[in-house]
Design a protein around this ligand. Sequence first.
Ligand code: NAD
Length: 549
Amino acid sequence: MSRTVRAARGGTPTARNWQSEAALRMLHNNLDPEVAERPEDLVVYGGTGKAARDWASFDAITRCLTTLAEDETLLVQSGKPVGVLRTHEWAPRVLIANSNLVGDWATWPEFRRLDALGLTMYGQMTAGSWIYIGTQGILQGTYETFAAVAEKRFGGSLAGTLTVTAGLGGMGGAQPLAVTMNGGAALVIECDPHRARRRLETRYLDELASDVDDAVRRVGAARKERRALSVGVIGNAAEVLPELLRRGVEVDIVTDQTSAHDPLAYLPKGVEVEDWADYAAKKPDEFTDRARDSMAEHVDAMLGFLDAGAEVFDYGNSLRGEARLGGCERAFDFPGFVPAYIRPLFCEGKGPFRWAALSGDPADIAATDRAILDLFPENESLARWIRLAGERVAYQGLPARICWLGYGERHRAGLRFNEMVASGELSAPVAIGRDHLDAGSVASPYRETEGMADGSDAIADWPLLNALVNTASGASWVSIHHGGGVGMGRSIHAGQVCVADGTALAGQKIERVLTNDPGMGVLRHVDAGYERAAEVAAERGVRVPIMEA
Ligand code: NAD
């Protein structure tokens, strides 16, 4: 059964309290056709990342959230509501566990077997935890990453450079705009014309070329004229990228955001988009082998550009891991983006803080934008982002904003928003959450915890502690997922959302959660031996027992 879902708007909740109403609106918002990639299948983004297991579960969650009391907690097991328990008003209204499997069983074939039996679902990071806000969510992180690349290699701006990447899906669609916001030219390869057109419509992509020749001409001219321009081209990355290398196109930066984390979501060479779903469903093993072979060719071309001097990095989709399984031995010769650019930010507890206006009114986000500029006047890159986002980002679903804030900053923003709700400056409460990709909430050895200083990449105690801490601190809903971003067996991660409903109680909870949650990021990096994290802990009063002796 398929249907259209859209979050309720306005200042009157249909649920019994705003904490549950926020979860309800954010679940529905995740499946808004403006937000979700395939709402008819409950798929929000990231290959098959779903908001609920099936429509019966969706309806049951909706019913429960509508009637849930202030001292009750709904339990969600891989997208299915399995119980309502009596707790207390500081407890989360919803506790979510998605896609978790015991170590030896944590493989895609076993997951798919259980999925086919209707026993689990893939929650990605923010799909099954109801805080996906569309492509903007990744835009800021991607903007930060390309800004860091510009800083490292190109004198602080991407003007006069060409970035080549692939994938214009829910996350990957942010790449062209993030590059042009940094002043550069981008060529993005996408095999599905429907996806490419969607990015054109939402202004994330400037132009769509008719073929590779046309694309190379357009971006070549932009690079020469130091003009910001993004061009999409329809094709298979495993064919187009090697072709660009053969032609000797001058490329400065190469990365990729196809859904490589799931070999069934990466289109092998020689397979038509129309045949994709059927082929993957009928012959998953054969399809996986072909996808991995293609990924190996794709990565070979990336290595060719690396050898020619380009800045090359893996953008957190497991492409290197899958390419190695496809026979590419040098796949890990280029780094992942976290050790290359993001870890210093994690040491300060900085990560993708985001919020959504439950009113549905863009004026509420404009007001919160002003509040952020007012709260952090010294942070120039934050101010540049907030201004650019206000001008260039088209909202999908409920108006929302993201910016990276660290330890000591997030709770100040949250408290200000809560005051603005209380005073009536905002027309309804605000849901404040974050990606699971954050400083102290994820174990993912191919991505967020790749190459940790002490070798602790695969230690997964941290995301579990993070979820426990947020539950103990008063978050409105808390989630623990497995396999997000990089696929089954490769990550464990946690999320939280708190609701600023303008009450004094919400203020107390927000202060604790938005202090302790980024605090976990500082602690995780102090423990791994990062000096900057130890400085931040000392400067900002984060207690580390072992250092107090
Ligand atoms: P998505 O499934 O929405 O989009 C993937 C896109 O890749 C699709 O449009 C698909 O048509 C295209 N594609 C697949 N095979 C292709 C090929 N061979 N050639 C050209 N195009 C091809 O996924 P998404 O949400 O955009 O996520 C992309 C990847 O990035 C995922 O693996 C995800 O886990 C990862 N990810 C990274 C970050 C990060 O911070 N770096 C965050 C979230 C997700």
